[in-house]
Design a binder for this molecule. Structure first.
Ligand SMILES: [Zn+2]
Length: 108
C-alpha cells in the first residue's frame, strides 16, 4: 500500500511560517506528525537545543548518513541528531521500511 506525502510547513504557520513555496516541503505522515509545530530539539551530545533540518535550505548529506548494516540514520551534526530524535527517524517501523528500501536500491 502506498501512502501519499503531505505538504508540510517547514516553519509551522503557528510559529510564523507562511504558505510561500519556500516554506513548503513534502513529508511522510509519520514525520509530519512527529514534527508537529516544533522547530528544534535538545541535542544531548551538544548539550543544547538544535534547530531541525530544513529540506529547502540544508543538504541531507551534510547532516545525515545511513549505516547500511543496521539501517539506522546517523546524525552527523546537532541538526541531524535533533531531527532524527524529533521525527523518530530510527523507530522500528522506519528502520524496517528502510531495510527494504536499501535492499531494493530505493534509498537513500
Ligand atoms: Zn518521514
Amino acid at each position: 500500500m502506498n501512502f501519499f506525502f503531505e505538504v508540510e510547513h517547514v516553519i509551522p504557520t503557528g510559529r510564523g511560517g507562511d504558505d510561500d513555496e519556500a516554506n513548503l516541503a513534502l513529508a511522510c505522515r509519520a514525520c509530519n506528525l512527529h514534527k508537529s509545530d516544533h522547530l528544534d530539539r535538545h541535542d544531548a551530545e551538544a548539550g543544547a537545543p538544535a534547530r531541525l533540518f530544513n529540506p529547502r535550505r540544508d543538504t541531507w548529506e551534510d547532516h545525515f548518513q545511513v549505516d547500511r548494516e543496521s539501517c539506522l540514520i546517523i546524525g552527523l551534526t546537532p541538526i541531524g541528531r535533533a531531527t532524527i530524535a524529533r521525527l523518530r527517524l530510527n523507530s522500528l517501523a522506519q528502520v524496517t521500511a528502510r531495510e527494504h528500501w536499501l535492499r531494493l536500491g530505493l534509498f537513500p
